[in-house]
Write a protein that binds this ligand. Structure first.
Ligand code: AMP
Ligand code: ZN
Length: 115
């Protein structure tokens, strides 16, 4: 399924739910987390509905590579100069709450206090 009409992040991709966008291209969307844990907390998502990291296939390697490589560039643009955390929660035991694959990128002072 490339788009799940019940998925909150697919709705953000489709513009049906507002978000504070940081970056967008054909394949990826980045927006601010609605409940930030630190001064900078963004979510990177593929526009394609992939439920979780557990569902990644070999053909997603390029997509995930581009997503990963984007993180340091965006952190720099958002003023993060002293390091950051990246987190991908996967499945129920992994603490995943939104079942559309996303990578948290969290920066600013002491982001580990709430994670
Ligand atoms: P996870 O536990 O990794 O699935 O995290 C889901 C994240 O999505 C949480 O940090 C939420 O604060 C965030 N979130 C949920 N709904 C929205 C939304 N409409 N806009 C931005 N972030 C959201
Ligand atoms: Zn989705």
């Amino acid at each position: 399924m490339s788009h799940d009409p019940h998925c909150i992040f697919c709705k953000i991709v489709a513009g049906q739910i507002p978000s504070k966008k940081v970056y967008e291209d054909d394949e990826l969307l980045v927006f601010h987390d609605i409940h930030p844990w630190a001064p900078v907390h963004v979510l990177l998502i593929p526009k394609l509905h992939i439920t979780s990291m557990a569902d990644l296939q070999p053909e997603h390697a390029g997509l995930m590579g581009r997503m990963t490589v984007l993180v340091p560039r965006l952190m720099k643009e958002l003023g993060v100069t002293n390091g950051f955390r990246t987190i991908v929660n996967t499945g129920s035991d992994g603490g995943q709450e939104v079942f559309h694959l996303h990578m948290h990128a969290i920066g600013g002072p002491r982001p580990w206090l709430k994670g």
